[in-house]
Ligand binder design. Structure first.
Ligand SMILES: *Cc1c(COP(=O)(O)O)cnc(C)c1O
Length: 366
C-alpha cells in the first residue's frame, strides 16, 4: 500500500473495545452511554466502532456531522448536543433528540415538528456551575412549564455538562443537585423523565467514588472512548487503549545547525519574538506538518529521544540529536484531544482506518 503522509492512523478495534469496556463499566450502575462523535467529525467508520462497542446513542454538536453519518447508512438514535435556532427545521428533520436551553429555540422546534408531523424529543440542560450551557436551577420549573406546553415536543430528560468551560468537576454535590431537580420536576409536572444525562468523560472519578448515582442514568462520552482518558486530570482509564490514534509525518530536511538563530531578531510567523538557549550545534529535522494541520502543543513524539522545537504553518522542527533522522523517514506522534480535533479537521491529513473496512463516505481522498 502506498504510504500517504501526513496520515492519521485509526485503530478501529481499539475504539470499539474502549466503547465496550466503558459500556460494561457504566452499565453496572444503570448508566447508558452516548458516544460523542464531534472530535472525529462524525467519521462513519469510527462511529460504527462505537456502536459495535455498545453505545446506545450517538451525540454530536454539529448537524452536518449527524447528516453525514446518516448518509453513510448508520442507524441509531442521533442526539444533537448544540441546538441553534436557525437550524430548527433541519434539526427536526435529522435528529431524534436535541439538547436545549432556550425557549425561542424550543418554540421553533415545536413549530417545525408540527409542519413535519413529528414529535421531536428534547433534553433540557441545567446549569450546575461550569457556566457553559444550561438553564439556571431557579428558572427551571418555569422553563419546564413552558416546554411541556409545546405540543409537538416530548421532554425526555434533563442533563448537565461540567468540566468544559469553567473547569468545574462533577461531584456528589452537583450530581445530587441534578437528581433532586429531576425528582422535583417529575412531581411538579406529573411526568416521567427517562434520560438523565449527568455529563461527559469528566464524570469518571465521580462515578467510581459515588455510593449512589441517584437518578443519573446516562453519560455522553467522547474523549474516554477515543483516547481512553477521563478529563478531570487526564488520567488513563484502566484497561482502555490510549493510542488508538497516531499521527505520522515525513522528514523533509535533516541537518546539523546551530541551536540559536543568527541575524537581527524580529517577529516570527505568528507575531512573537522568540528566544532560544544556545546549545551549540545540534542535529535537527523538519517534518512536513504544521499548525495548519494540528495543534502542535498537543503532540508527543512516540520516540522519546525526539523533542519538538517549534512549528510554523507548514513545518515542524525537531531536535533529533539523540535519534538522527533521514529525509523520507516517518515520525510517529501521540495526540491529545485538541490535536486530534485539529488533525481530524485538516484536509491535508490522510485518515487511514486500521483493522476494519471504512465505509465509502468516509474514505474520500482529500
Ligand atoms: C463535547 C461534549 C461532550 C463530550 O465530551 P468528552 O469530554 O469528549 O467526553 C458531552 N456533552 C456535551 C454537551 C459536549 O458538548
Amino acid at each position: 500500500m502506498q504510504a500517504f503522509l501526513p496520515r492519521l492512523e485509526i485503530a478501529l478495534a481499539q475504539i470499539q473495545e474502549n466503547a465496550r469496556l466503558l459500556c460494561a463499566l457504566y452499565e453496572k450502575k444503570g448508566i447508558s452511554l452516548m458516544g460523542v462523535s464531534k472530535a472525529v467529525l462524525g467519521d462513519p467508520a469510527i462511529v460504527a466502532a462505537m456502536l459495535q462497542g455498545g453505545v446506545r446513542f450517538i451525540a454530536d454538536s454539529r448537524l452536518e456531522n449527524i447528516q453525514k453519518m446518516q448518509a453513510a447508512g448508520l442507524v441509531t438514535q442521533f442526539v444533537l448536543l448544540r441546538t441553534a435556532l436557525s437550524q430548527a427545521e433541519a434539526v427536526v428533520q435529522s435528529v431524534d433528540i436535541s439538547l436545549n436551553t432556550e425557549l425561542e429555540t424550543l418554540q421553533e422546534l415545536s413549530y417545525y415538528a408540527q409542519v413535519q408531523q413529528k414529535q421531536h424529543q428534547v433534553i433540557v440542560m441545567v446549569e450546575l456551575g461550569d457556566l457553559r450551557e444550561g438553564v439556571l436551577p431557579g428558572d427551571l420549573a418555569l422553563f419546564i412549564k413552558e416546554t411541556v406546553a409545546l405540543p409537538h415536543l416530548k421532554l425526555v430528560g434533563l442533563g448537565c455538562n461540567l468540566a468544559c468551560y469553567g473547569g468545574i468537576k462533577p461531584d456528589e454535590r452537583n450530581m445530587q443537585a441534578l437528581s433532586t431537580l429531576v425528582n422535583r420536576i417529575e412531581q411538579a409536572f406529573q411526568l416521567r423523565l427517562t434520560v438523565i444525562s449527568g455529563g461527559n468523560s469528566a464524570n469518571y472519578e465521580w462515578y467510581q467514588a459515588t455510593p449512589a448515582v441517584g437518578r443519573i442514568n446516562n453519560l455522553r462520552l467522547g474523549e474516554a472512548i477515543l483516547l481512553g482518558r477521563e478529563t478531570v486530570s487526564r488520567k488513563a482509564i484502566p484497561g482502555l487503549h490510549t493510542h488508538a490514534f497516531q499521527l505520522i509525518a515525513e522528514v523533509i530536511e535533516s541537518k546539523q545547525k546551530p541551536s540559536r538563530p543568527f541575524g537581527t531578531s524580529g517577529q516570527d510567523a505568528f507575531g512573537h519574538v522568540p528566544s532560544f538557549p544556545d546549545r551549540g550545534l545540534r542535529q535537527r529535522a523538519i517534518l512536513a506538518l504544521g499548525r495548519q494541520d494540528v495543534l502542535v502543543s498537543g503532540l508527543t513524539a512516540r520516540n522519546q529521544q525526539l523533542a519538538i522545537l517549534g512549528s510554523s504553518s507548514d513545518h515542524l522542527l525537531l531536535d533529533s540529536e539523540q535519534h538522527p533522522l533521514r529525509v523520507g523517514d516517518e515520525v510517529t506522534f501521540d495526540l491529545d484531544y485538541g490535536a486530534l480535533l485539529a488533525a481530524m479537521t485538516s484536509p491535508f491529513i490522510r485518515k487511514q482506518w486500521l483493522q476494519g473496512s471504512s465505509p465509502a463516505a468516509a474514505s474520500q481522498p482529500c
